[in-house]
Design a protein around this ligand. Structure first.
Ligand code: NAD
Length: 281
């Protein structure tokens, strides 16, 4: 089975690694050749590190590396049975992209989005065959995070969600079926985690380091909210908050903050840009 991935950023690269390790051929596409090069380098480094640590055999690492092909055009998508999209979190851009993808892929190719917050139905609506469309939502970093949300849209054909759940399970992940609602399960639960942390900061109740420390050392979280937002990227995280807020008809529980909006507008995306709530390197 050959699987196409569009978008070779943090998520696309991680998903490509998962799928290649599971034994599938991967066509990893991005319009930005520098992003493709970075993805390729990181997949190779991650797999070789796993083999150095003895978690996989060296020949398994090299075989998985050999299964990932990168390309700046979509021609190779014609051979794919499944396409997973992991481009920018913008409905119009995703819809336009799926129109282009549908022009290339075979009639029975399944189409999936890794969107964090957009409605699967709204992306599927741009497709000529929306019944083959579904959400497959990985978490960052995809090779390490076990959970994957599988989200059928109202248009998705019966049975496809179960097929995808089984496929994702065969990749060693723990899939969960969820309804097509804003933020699905995890990103809905996560909105107040970030939102309240920023409000605590804005109200001068505690500083970032103290909030992060309390949540990790005492709360049992792997990362505190500010470290985690910087890790995800404010370009992604702010857009998700705005999208969930809008999709819930402006429910104040999900209201975005100006503090994060300004970081997003300034291009202070976090770890990936060297500066976010914290500074890096
Ligand atoms: P990213 O910015 O790291 O990568 C996006 C990539 O898509 C870039 O390399 C960019 O060049 C490419 N791209 C943009 N438009 C394109 C187009 N039209 N055609 C081809 N390539 C295009 O973003 P990311 O963090 O990997 O997020 C990607 C998607 O996954 C988003 O929908 C996001 O909401 C979702 N997601 C992100 C996370 C996370 O923690 N970062 C977690 C789960 C889901």
């Amino acid at each position: 089975m050959t699987i196409g991935i569009i978008g070779s950023g943090a998520m696309g690269a991680g998903i490509a690694q998962v799928i290649a390790q599971a034994g599938h051929s991967v066509c990893l596409h991005d319009t930005n050749s520098a992003a493709l090069q970075r993805a390729s380098t990181s997949i190779q480094a991650n797999l070789r590190k796993l083999s150095e640590k003895g978690k996989i055999k060296p020949e398994e690492a090299e075989a998985a590396i050999g299964r990932v092909r990168t390309c700046t055009d979509m021609d190779s998508f014609a051979r794919c049975s499944l396409i997973i999209e992991a481009i920018v979190e913008d409905l119009a851009v995703k819809q336009a992209s799926f129109r282009d993808i549908e022009a290339v892929v075979s009639d029975d190719c399944i189409l999936a989005s890794n969107t964090s917050s957009l409605s699967i139905a709204s992306i599927a609506a741009a497709c000529q065959k929306p019944e083959r469309f579904i959400g497959i939502h990985f978490f960052n970093p995809a090779p390490l995070m076990q959970l994957v949300e599988v989200i059928p849209a109202v248009q998705t054909r019966p049975g496809l969600a179960e097929e995808i759940r089984d496929l994702v399970q065969s990749w060693g992940k723990l899939p969960v079926l969820t309804k097509d609602t804003p933020g699905f399960i995890v990103n809905r639960v996560a909105r107040p985690f970030y939102g309240e942390a920023i409000r605590i900061l804005e109200e001068g109740i505690a500083d970032m380091a103290t909030i992060d420390w309390a949540m990790t050392e005492l709360g049992g979280f792997r990362m505190g909210p500010f470290t985690l937002m910087d890790f995800i990227g404010h370009d992604v995280n702010y857009r998700v908050t705005e999208s969930v807020f809008t999709a819930f008809f402006f429910d104040p529980r999900f209201k975005p903050s100006f503090t994060q909006k300004r970081l997003f507008e300034a291009g202070y995306y976090g770890r990936k840009s060297g500066r976010g709530f914290y500074s890096y390197g």
